[in-house]
Design a protein around this ligand. Sequence first.
Ligand code: UD1
Ligand code: CA
Length: 453
Amino acid sequence: MNIVVLAAGMGKRMHSRLPKVLQPLAGRAMLDHVLTATSGFSEYPSIVVVGHCADEVMARYVDREDLRFALQIPQRGTGHALMIACPELNPNDAHTLVCLGDVPLLSRDTIARMAEEAKSSDLVLLTVKLDNPKGYGRIVRNADGNVCAIVEEKDANEEEKKIDEVNTGIMVLPTAKLEAWLGALTNENAQGEYYLTDVIGLAAHEGARISTVHPDRIYEVEGVNSKVQLAALERTWQRAQADRLLEAGVTLIDPDRIDIRGELVCGTDVEIDVGCIFEGKVTIGNGVRIGAYSVIRNATIEDGVEVLPYCHFDGAAIGKDSRIGPYSRLRPGAELKGNNHIGNFVEVKKSVVGLDSKINHLTYIGDTDVGARVNVGAGTITCNYDGVNKFRTKIGDDAFIGSATQLVAPVEVGAMATIGAGTTLTRNAPEGKLTLSRARQVTVEGWMRPVKK
Ligand code: UD1
Ligand code: CA
């Protein structure tokens, strides 16, 4: 099946410099959603019709070999847009699916049903009955109930305006007929545009078999023309994702207060408190609890982990039964092996933390290998950066790092070593011994506080 996505329109009502189809929904451009839904349905590149801000839209997808662009300037309507795409279509593909770049939540399931239906008809329209059909093209059926035309709202008479079955704009057409049908369109209508929808009347006149498919959920065909509609669709989509988690057994303290901007996979008995944001790919094991207001991106959280409120993870892997937070920050390459305690105002980056090790307070661990059963005291800092290069720190198993220590990398702390509080460690600390760098403490006899002159 050929795939064409119409995305040349201007999106004036967004009042934004960002092209409409690049406006994000659930963290991804609307056009991304459409391209993800349609991917795999064609062996050939999908055709995206661009026009308004074409350069910006194309720049976003330069690396995509599965896409081709057709430039529509000026934009003379949806029929004209498809006409522009025609030379790019594979003529051997009997069917052509048309999607709209501003209708982002069309599902793969619906596309599959349209493709199936296309096997036994000439034209397949995705239609839906709406309580308030205002603004949409209406589906006109004859006495036998067969579709015979689509009438745009602005061209509809009073009778036609009462029709509650509307055109979603998404349809499958016979590739071989396109040039002839689109070539026959005129722009003699209320908007002076070449309407793709007028093709339906032509097809019906020729006796084409026109069938209709309906989406399982209305949001799949909701279009976005303004920030108001974008925000409303975002909430609808978030709620739909939350419901899917609830149905799978995840406990959400409030399903209206979770945001998933990517893919969230949860095991059994997962509990998520309010205000959490999940971005990218996040995998959560069994029996995990996520505290309120955490932002978690591209992370793996294993079974039994407890995340206390206000944590921030990005590119981190958290091993079984760990307890993280509140206010912990795990950055890319943070890998906790399991049963770790990471406490408030602790930042870990590009570091492995061995089993049972604890870093409880006010600490920066970067470019470090921490062994097993290590205790890192409050206020410890790995000085991993000299302003130009980064260096690694190694801390052996069972080491104890006293509070307010600076480990100036590259440096190693041996297994079972103890570092005295307040140490600035610039050379390796041998295993099993106490190492400290500290000026001797003195008390000055006879010293007196100054008095006001
Ligand atoms: C269109 C349909 C209408 C349907 C509605 C569903 C037509 C004539 N009307 O109306 O029946 O109910 O969608 O949402 O098809 N575009 C181009 N080039 C153009 C014009 C539009 O690429 O010259 C693109 C737009 O970027 C947009 C899509 O086509 O992604 C739909 O265009 P829009 O102007 O929003 O059509 P509607 O008036 O919503
Ligand atoms: Ca629209």
